[in-house]
Design a protein. Sequence first.
Length: 178
Amino acid sequence: MSQDEAIAYIFCNYKDQGPQTAENLIASVLQQLSYKRLFVSNEISALYRFHTRRQTRPGLAEWLGILNAEVRYYAKVFLVIDAIDECAEAHGVRSDLLAELRALQPKMHLMVTSRPLLSLEREFKEDQRMEIFSRDEDIRLYLEKRLVRENRLSRLVEADPPLREVIITKILSAAKGV
């Protein structure tokens, strides 16, 4: 990757949706982009000073303006959004985030991962897609290793070997390739 290209990522987590606002996610991308450069831009410094004096936080429009300015420093920006299906739909967080990031194209290149959801399939109907499914053998291997590593669980399955197979079989049937 050359100096005029950058990679950033967002990991969405359904267990932690509270802080996953569009503002915070955009700020995270900005933070990652600014780390790649050797200096903090005048735009970021001015925004920081402005809000520090007032003891406030920037709004979405301000974050987007700064992101737009930062993206201009690069020929290409690659952004990976992992598990977008776990990003809150409430208050338009997911749709706002995607709309604003798409507005930064062609410099902003998005790669988004998600479980299949109808709302997201509509959102990305024009985009290239690749479906990935896990194989039962891979899940089984993972589970067998986890059952050995988990102290409390490993003692239970060692004491009752058929329990090990019951656990693996139940999880495999529920996983359905995920």
